[in-house]
Design a protein around this ligand. Structure first.
Ligand code: PMP
Ligand code: GLN
Length: 389
């Protein structure tokens, strides 16, 4: 082939995702993997059995309908009604996707023109930068800074230009654990209405808010017609490998996203869709128990990291803790995470890879706590014995 690079310029530089890289490193070195966010215990047995039943009875073994099986769309609408009092028509206002990842991709590909500006909370979840790039749009970071990671709403207002088309939100926020307050959400919503912006909101950690409740921005005045809400079964039900996600919004927005989604995967995960429909109808005790369990694990890991000498930013939501390595006498999180497996058999994720303004994340690293207690305890014991480089 000639001199022209094979990979097109929109994808140039994206490389391998940090999650794949760090999980491969964990496998190669036999380390405890507190990097990629996946639980080491599967979700509820009755949900797994529902998937087996669907497979055996032939539900979803052939192409399900493009928007998702009606049982799941109805269950998604029911879940939004039950937890947030929001009403959605399952036929026109709900779309099932291949995880939240496809929902994000389809939403951005459907709604953006090349050159449009997208304001997103930085550090960005990794697929945001990639999907904005694939849409030919321009990402504009609103940097969340330690220690509070609270967004500066005046700065947000200043970032909006005539080219801004969309605000890409994520609350609870991966990797910082920030949960936007009702007042912050109201300010963002007011700005979106005033400047006529679309909002795509990634709420996959909706059931992991440790203080107070999750508030969908779609419920705020003026937001229904401009908000695409995204969630996923992976986090809430601890089946990240099933890749069942969804989009909710007005018929116009959902139809736009569906147009892109049809040509990405058309459909996915037939039998799992039936199982997730049952999962969404689990009693409140399941959701309360899940959150309580992760809250306990959060404190186990956060206390252990603090005892090991890290500066810990205790998250308000998600299953990730961000910690600063500066007190350990280290400065570069990328270097720290690349050498940590050899040094003590633990894998973490360097937050710097989620920033454009890398200085804001240079010394920050992320650990997940969706692991068994004994695994978390062993990891912090190893980290406490870490000797200087
Ligand atoms: N958004 C965020 C913020 C995430 O942390 C993840 C990772 N699970 C996803 C989207 C992707 O979700 P899914 O596995 O359902 O594609
Ligand atoms: N969302 C998971 C995380 O943040 C990773 C998912 C993935 O590997 N794409 O760790």
């Amino acid at each position: 082939m000639g001199a022209r690079p094979l990979l097109n310029r929109r994808l140039a530089g994206l490389g391998t995702t940090i999650f794949a890289e760090m999980s491969a490193l964990a496998t190669a070195t036999g380390s405890i993997n507190l990097g990629q966010g996946f639980p080491d215990t599967d979700g509820p047995e009755e949900v797994r059995e529902a998937a087996v039943r669907a497979l055996r009875e032939g539900h979803g073994n052939q192409y399900p309908p493009g928007p998702g099986v009606p049982e799941l769309r109805t269950a998604i609408a029911g879940h939004r009604q039950r937890f947030y009092g929001l009403t959605h028509d399952p036929d026109t206002e709900v779309l099932v996707t291949a995880g939240a990842t496809e929902a994000i991709a389809a939403a951005l590909l459907a709604l953006l023109e090349p050159g449009d500006e997208v304001i997103a909370l930085e550090p960005f979840y990794d697929s945001y930068a990639a999907c904005i790039a694939m849409a030919g749009a321009v990402r504009v970071p609103l940097t969340l800074r330690a220690p509070s990671f609270r967004p500066d709403l005046d700065e947000l207002r200043d970032l909006v230009t005539p080219r801004t088309r969309l605000l890409l939100l994520n609350s609870p926020h991966n990797p910082t654990g920030l949960v936007l307050t009702p007042a912050e959400l109201a300010a963002v919503a007011e700005l979106a209405v005033e400047r006529d912006l679309l909002v795509v909101t990634d709420e996959v950690y909706e059931h992991l808010v440790f203080d107070g409740a999750h508030h969908p921005i779609a419920a705020l005045p003026g937001m229904r017609g401009r908000t695409v809400s995204i969630s996923s079964a992976g986090k809430t039900f601890s089946f990240t490998g099933w890749k069942v996600g969804w989009v909710t919004g007005t018929p116009e927005l959902v139809s736009a996203v569906r147009t892109a989604k049809q040509y990405l995967t058309y459909v996915s995960a037939g039998p799992f869709q039936y199982a997730v429909a049952e999962a969404l109808r689990l009693p409140d005790a399941y959701f309360d128990g899940f959150r309580a369990d992760l809250l306990r694990k959060r404190d186990l890991l956060a206390d252990g990291l603090a005892a090991a000498g890290f500066r810990v930013f205790r998250p308000e939501g998600t299953y990730f803790v961000t910690a600063d390595i500066t007190p350990l006498g280290e400065t570069d999180g990328i270097e720290f995470c690349r050498t940590l497996p050899q040094r003590c058999g633990v894998v973490a994720i360097p937050n710097a890879v989620f920033y454009d303004n890398t200085d804001a994340g240079r010394s920050l690293v992320r650990f997940t706590f969706c692991k068994q207690d004994a695994v978390l305890t062993e990891a912090v014991d190893r980290l406490a014995r870490l000797s200087p480089l």
